[in-house]
Design a protein around this ligand. Structure first.
Ligand code: PMP
Length: 368
């Protein structure tokens, strides 16, 4: 065989389906309501914005690559050990590090059918094989996952709550999954939306990641903290796992403005509480409002809802998407999640939520 005449990606890279972000622009409407990426309508804490801006005075200096101050702030906020935290350029970065450390060609990693669709990108990016587990009622299904475990399984990814379904797995089920998994399998508990959950039996994974030798919990500043634009996330797990992730971490993977903003955001408890209260008020109102139009909504515990449309021509999700976008309202199409008849809507401001429900009503009535 002749040597290639150009750089050739290694096997499997071009089989990865590119990540398709939500739309950011509308095609009409006098106001823009972006409810497509689970961003908070409250924005970041004003203290986080001020801290971010203050770092502009010394942008020529490299950030602290060990993120010591941020890890201490996280440790204080959550009552955990700073040496077992790793920070990332978004939690995506932590998911990528875990994949590259524990997966390689021939290995398998399991995630649920409608799990977060960055997992297959990370799995395939590491050269491993994604294995898709069945669900029950759009919710992760422990027995379905366990049936797929083989000698090659190295990671199981579970987001709880899950994106894009908003569904919730009782923590007793997570514990059952963990207990049944071989201890050589890393269980990644993705808790990106955990602050929004209002359930007595909810655990984000802090305790399990703090005690088990094979559990990594991931968290983000992108959702309730309103810092999606700065890219900041973290992982918490066994010392050995964190040490291994640190071996491949980009030396300065978190920027100084991001760290400063994150530290300030963690300390503004009132802002976090306001975001929780807003979601607690609007999640049920949006759910009921959309159901009252005759559309199905998957029960959600997060800051978004999955809306199911009929298959009827003119009323499909893609028709609704086009209609809403032409009225300034951006929801998230779910075709890349194999849910062609659904749209995901983020809980937005009161005005945005009402505008979206009104536009959905108009959309359904316009053909009735
Ligand atoms: N996990 C889940 C379940 C998510 O929905 C997201 C954001 N879409 C992430 C992780 C990644 O978030 P980030 O990289 O912004 O921290």
């Amino acid at each position: 065989t002749k040597p290639a005449d150009r750089p050739v990606p290694r096997a499997g890279i071009l089989d990865i389906a590119p990540y398709v972000p939500g739309r950011s622009k509308a095609t009409g409407g006098s106001k823009l309501y972006k409810l497509s990426s689970n961003e908070t309508p409250l924005g970041p804490s004003p203290a986080a914005i001020a801290a971010y801006q203050a770092t502009a005075a010394k942008l020529e200096i490299y950030p602290d690559g060990s993120a010591a101050e941020l890890r201490t702030a996280i440790a204080d906020a959550y009552g955990i050990n700073a040496s077992r935290i790793i920070c990332g350029n978004g939690s995506d970065d932590v998911l990528a590090m875990a994949s590259h450390v524990y997966l390689g060609p021939g290995d398998e990693a399991i995630y649920s059918k409608h799990g977060f669709n960055v997992y297959p990108i990370m799995i395939q990016g590491a050269g491993a094989t994604p294995v898709v587990a069945p669900e029950k009622d759009l919710t992760a299904y422990v027995d379905g996952i366990l049936e797929l475990v083989t000698d090659k399984t190295r990671i199981v990814f579970v987001a709880n709550p899950n994106n894009p379904t908003g569904t919730y797995l009782p923590f007793s089920e997570i514990r059952r999954l963990h207990a049944a998994l071989p201890s050589r399998v890393l269980l990644v508990l993705d808790a990106a939306y955990s602050e929004y959950v209002r359930r007595n039996d909810y655990e984000s994974g802090i305790e399990l990641a703090g005690t088990a030798p094979n559990v990594l919990m991931t968290r983000t500043f992108s959702k309730i903290f309103g810092l999606a634009g700065v890219r900041l996330g973290w992982g918490y797990g066994p010392a050995e796992v964190i040490e291994a992730l640190n071996r491949i971490r980009g030396p300065f993977n978190v920027s100084a403005p991001a760290m400063a903003a994150g530290i300030a955001a963690l300390r503004d408890r009132a802002h976090i509480d306001a975001a929780i209260a807003h979601n607690e008020e609007w999640l049920p109102r949006v759910t009921e409002g959309i159901r009252s139009l005759g559309l199905d909504v998957t029960p959600s515990v997060a800051n978004f809802v999955l809306i199911h449309f009929p298959e009827e021509k003119g009323r499909r999700a893609s028709d609704a998407d086009d209609y809403l976008v032409s009225h300034g309202i951006i929801l998230r199409a779910m075709t890349s999640y194999h849910l062609p008849n659904a749209l995901r809507m983020t809980i937005g401001s009161a005005e945005a939520n009402e505008a979206a429900i009104a536009a959905l009503r108009d959309f359904l009535h316009r053909t009735a």
